[in-house]
Design a protein around this ligand. Sequence first.
Ligand code: GTP
Length: 594
Amino acid sequence: IPMERYRNFSIVAHVDHGKSTLSDRLLIMTGTIPEGSQGQFLDRLDVERERGITVKAQTCTMLYNYKGEDYLLHLVDTPGHVDFRAEVSRSYASCGGALLLVDASQGVQAQTVANFFLAYSLGLELIPVINKIDLDHADIPRAREQIETMFELDPDGAIAVSAKRGTNVEQILPAVIERIPPPSGGKETPLRCLLVDSWFDNYLGVIVLIYVADGTLKKGDKVMSAHTRKRYDIKELGILHPDRKSMQHLRTGQVGYAVLGMKNISEALVGDTIMHLGSEVEPLPGFEEPQPMVFVGAFPAEGVEFTAIDDRVNQLVLNDRSVSLQRENSNALGQGWRIGFLGTLHASVFQDRLQQEYGASLIITAPTVPYKIVMKDGTEKIIRNPDEFPDPALMKSKVQDLQEPMVKAIMSFPQEYLGDIILICEANRGTQVDMTFLSHGNQVLLQYIIPTAHLVDDFFGKLKGVSKGYATLDYEDAGYQSADLVKMQLLVNGNSVDALAQVMHRSLAERRGKEWVQRFKKFLRSQLFEIVIQAAIGSKILARETIKARRKDVTAKLHAADISRRKKLLQNQKEGKKNMRQIGRVTIPQEVRV
Ligand code: GTP
């Protein structure tokens, strides 16, 4: 099949608008998977299915006969969420166009908007598809209207379908062929492959998904990465149909998989360019080093050996190239890890995975974000751990400015919740940048710049709380801004529990400090010696709670005459106390996610 009859496309959609259902339909229609094959093919991971989100891109090649000619269609799946913005944009970069899927019963939502802008900025040809027209409350005219006003796309070109029932789905692939341009790479020019995705396979090791932008990639070729300069041999390559189908070569414009003999998934950088060894080319544009946006500390819970789970935690990270891991030492919690994530959703998915695999054996601290310290000598430093926050003694003499990361939050929800949602945004130190009323429907699209620290502090949960679950949220990076930051410490009997220290905006310190010590008090009530819990900034104590030593009257039930037994019990109690003091560390239960 000549390149003029290739089409590479993806589906831009909000969570739950039916991307997987539609993909399944297309795969069945083209005979790629059998009719009636259960489940949505493109979502394979359990965690994804449970949470109803697509994390890992699963791509598929289809063969389709249109007007008597065979076409090779590559459906490039993308993670729906912008936590994975770099990956989403690389998937789009391998495509000539995309289906812009809108749920007729819900209309355009925040995620559709964010992904639309990304696809549009990469020059993709967009075909609007209105889904779920079988539902009673489907509002097709409203969806058409939104497609026109929000995206400036011709509503007459929209295809109204029911992915579930199959209605009108047969119109989609002809539209893909007629409206989306074929790939335009050079067949005779030196090889340039875009690395779109990667995953780990127990038998083959690291597998990469690549788009052959220029040239031809053959089995046995010697290649090199433009960014890491590492060299590889192409051990195997082929298309996904939907399972791996080994081939001798991938031609210009094709999307397929390759096994390069990479040892570690961290070598596979999304957006990297793979070229032939000895034929240096200009790397493809758009490469970004993934930057973790949220960090959590994880420590083995009481009674769990660090070494016993270190390997398993490392293994989990090995399989997820967008997670970073560092060892961390805490005086109170012992040895643990600091885990970095690309975004909040990603962090919570990963925490679920840890939770599933390790149950109660890990204590996970609250998420923190990377802050920036600008020194008087002009140097800048990003700190990812509250430990690295400058000493108050040096603050005046050395530090020029403290900055926190910001995001642009894009929210959509029914108009009746506008008042409450604005209150939440303002309470989270937000600055409004835009408010659009989507015509006809009563939806509002609201944009606020808010500190990332607030976004990761269950901002979405709060939005859903006041909007009966109707609000949708998406966000994009909005750089750093000066902020009055402090490091708050939690002291237990005068000792700082280092792993629980947090950097935060000064305006939050007082309230958070009170919450902290109260929450802690609840958990520590049953100790046998007096405990003073304090929240402090430097030497300034913001909040304090004391837990009185609870002398259990162990003798109460005994008869007065039973002296020797009474002595023994008191002796036991004393030893018990001694032991706890000696340990010198307050047992911190797993439920404490301060
Ligand atoms: P993510 O994978 O989480 O991004 O979701 P998705 O966009 O892939 O949505 P999915 O295909 O999983 O569909 C979400 C829900 O909508 C499922 O319960 C589907 O059965 C349902 N659904 C999809 N298409 C239609 C449709 O045309 N009509 C109706 N009534 N329901 C549909």
